[in-house]
Design a protein around this ligand. Structure first.
Ligand SMILES: [Zn+2]
Length: 490
C-alpha cells in the first residue's frame, strides 16, 4: 500500500514525448503523476484500465467555451485544458477572476484580446473580461474603422497591460475588422515579439476572395513573423482558407523553411460558426466566399436563412447570435481531402474552436446535467478531438495513434511552452507531469455530435482526470466536479 491517491492499473500507456507505448501502471498523488511502472503497489484507489489507452489530456488552444456545460462536452472529448487564445478576453485579470469564481471543469487560460482592446480604444465600449462583449458588438461598424494613431497607442497599451498580467499571448481577430490597417497589425506583432508572447490570428480575407484587399490575409500573418520575429499562430487554416488551403499551407511551409515562427491549427469540419453580425457575413459580401444566405443556419431557431432580407433582419436584431456557416462540403471527397491536409500539415495542432452554447429556451442552472435538448452548438464543441483521432488513425488517416495523440496534447503544449512554463508539465504522461489524463478506447473513440444533434458527447473516452481529480468517470460527467485551474504566463 502506497500513499498514492489513485493507480490506473494495466493500461496501454502512450507518452507522445518519450515514445513510451507499453502496458504500465500510472500512479497519481494529488495533482501530479508520481510514477509509471509495472506491478506498482496499491494506492488508496485502484482503477483497472486494461485494454484501454492511458495518455496525456488534450490541450485545446482554441476554445470559446466559457460556460460549464460547453466545457463538460469538451472534457467528454478528452480535453483537460481549454484556452481562449484566438479571440482572447480583455482585461485578462477579470477573465481569470470570473472563471475562478464560477469554477471550471478543465484548466483555463486567456490571451489578451486585440478586438476588445480595439472596441474600447476606437468605439468607447466598456470591457468586462467576457467574450460576450465582443459578440454583442461584433457587427458594430464603430470598432471596425481605421484607427487614429492615438487610438492605436491606447489599444497597444491595453494589450501590454494584459501581457504584464499573465495573458498567454495576443488574440487577433483581424478578419472581423476590415478597416484595421496592416500597420496596426504589424505593431501588435511587434509588441508580442518584444514581450516574447505568441499571437493567434483569425486571418483577414484572402486575396482570392477580395481581390482589392489591402493585403492578403495569409501573406499578412507570414510577413509579420518575418518582419517582427514574433511567433504568429495561424488559427483554423481549414475555415478561413476554404478551398485555398493548399496555397495557404504552401506559403506557411515556405515561411517556416525560411526560419519564420509560423504555426497552424485545424478542426475537422467543413462548416464554421460565428456571430451572424460578422462583417464578412453581410449579404452583399457572401459571394466573396461562394456563399448565399442559405449557407447560414441561425442556431437559436435552427432556421436556414431564407433570404438576404432575413439575414439583414437577424444581423440587426441579434448580431452576436451564432450561426453555422457552410464553407466546405463534408460530403465531397475533394473537400474532405482539404480538411485532412490542414490536419496533417507538419506541426499543425488539433484545435476545436468550441463555441459557447446557444439556448433555444431559458438558460438552465449552469450545473444542469445531462444537457437539456434546448442546448445548441457547433458539433466541433463536443467532437473535434475524437473526430480527429478517428479520421487520422482509422477512417482514411495514415498516422500512428501516438502521432495523432501528439497533435492533441504534446504539440500544443510545446507550441506554448516559451511563454507558458506550466506547459512543460502538460501534454506529456511522465513522472512529474500534471495529472491531466485521458483514458480512451482507441478502437471505438469517435465523435457523435452532428449538425442535427450538436451536443451529443463523444464515445470511447472512458475516464478523464484533471489535476488528479476525476472529471469524467465511466464515460460520464462526475457531478459537481470543477477541478480546472488557471494557466497563466510567468
Ligand atoms: Zn476564428
Amino acid at each position: 500500500m502506497n500513499d498514492w491517491d489513485v493507480v490506473l492499473r494495466g493500461g496501454r500507456v502512450i507518452d507522445p514525448e518519450s515514445g513510451l507505448d507499453e502496458v504500465r501502471d500510472v500512479a497519481v498523488r494529488g495533482s501530479t503523476v508520481e510514477e509509471i511502472g509495472s506491478g506498482l503497489p496499491q494506492g488508496r484507489a485502484e482503477l483497472d484500465v486494461a485494454g484501454l489507452v492511458v495518455t496525456a489530456g488534450f490541450v485545446d488552444m482554441h476554445s470559446h467555451s466559457s460556460d460549464i456545460a460547453g466545457l463538460r462536452l469538451q472534457a467528454l472529448d478528452g480535453v483537460t485544458t481549454a484556452l481562449e487564445l484566438e479571440a482572447g478576453v480583455t482585461p485578462v485579470a477579470a477573465a481569470y477572476r470570473n472563471a475562478a469564481a464560477e469554477g471550471r471543469p478543465v484548466n483555463y487560460g486567456f490571451a489578451a484580446s486585440w478586438a476588445l482592446a480595439r472596441m474600447e480604444a476606437v468605439a468607447g465600449i466598456t470591457l468586462d473580461g467576457r467574450l460576450g462583449t465582443f459578440l454583442a458588438n461584433i457587427g458594430s461598424a464603430a470598432w471596425q474603422r481605421p484607427a487614429a494613431p492615438a487610438e492605436v497607442t491606447a489599444l497597444l497599451a491595453r494589450l501590454a497591460a494584459d501581457l504584464a498580467d499573465g495573458a498567454l499571448g495576443i488574440g487577433v481577430l483581424v478578419g472581423y475588422a476590415p478597416g484595421a490597417g496592416p500597420d496596426e497589425y504589424l505593431r501588435v506583432a511587434g509588441l508580442a515579439a518584444e514581450a516574447g508572447a505568441p499571437t493567434f490570428t483569425h486571418a483577414r480575407d484572402l486575396i482570392e476572395m477580395v481581390p482589392r484587399a489591402v493585403i492578403d490575409g495569409a501573406e499578412e500573418i507570414v510577413r509579420a513573423a518575418g518582419q517582427t520575429g514574433a511567433h504568429m499562430h495561424y488559427c483554423h487554416v481549414n475555415s478561413t482558407s476554404q478551398r485555398h488551403i493548399g496555397r495557404v499551407l504552401g506559403l506557411v511551409g515556405r515561411a517556416q523553411a525560411a526560419g519564420a515562427r509560423v504555426t497552424t491549427e485545424a478542426y475537422p469540419y467543413g462548416s464554421g460558426m460565428t456571430g451572424i453580425g460578422a462583417a464578412f457575413l453581410a449579404p452583399e459580401r457572401l459571394a466573396e466566399r461562394g456563399l448565399t444566405p442559405s449557407s447560414l443556419t441561425y442556431a437559436r431557431t435552427g432556421e436556414r436563412v431564407a433570404s438576404a432580407a432575413r439575414l439583414r433582419e437577424l444581423r440587426q436584431a441579434d448580431p452576436g447570435g451564432l450561426a453555422i456557416v457552410e464553407l466546405l462540403d463534408e460530403d465531397d471527397p475533394a473537400d474532405r481531402e482539404l480538411l485532412m491536409r490542414s490536419l496533417t500539415f507538419p506541426g499543425a495542432v488539433v484545435a476545436s474552436d468550441a463555441m459557447p452554447l446557444t439556448w433555444t429556451g431559458p438558460a438552465p442552472d449552469p450545473l444542469t446535467w445531462p444537457l437539456p435538448a434546448t442546448a445548441i452548438t457547433h458539433p466541433r464543441t463536443a467532437g473535434t478531438f475524437s473526430r480527429a483521432l478517428r479520421l487520422l488513425t482509422r477512417d482514411g488517416g495514415q498516422l500512428s495513434l501516438a502521432e495523432a495523440l501528439g497533435k492533441c496534447s504534446l504539440a500544443p503544449a510545446r507550441l506554448l511552452a516559451d511563454r507558458v512554463p506550466a506547459m512543460a508539465r502538460k501534454g506529456r504522461l511522465q513522472p512529474g507531469s500534471d495529472a491531466d489524463i485521458v483514458v480512451l478506447d482507441p478502437a471505438t473513440v469517435t465523435d457523435r455530435a452532428s449538425y442535427a444533434d450538436s451536443t451529443r458527447p463523444s464515445a470511447g473516452i472512458r475516464h478523464v482526470l484533471v489535476n488528479g481529480s476525476f472529471m469524467v468517470r465511466d464515460g460520464d460527467i462526475v457531478a459537481g466536479a470543477l477541478p480546472g485551474r488557471p494557466v497563466r504566463a510567468a
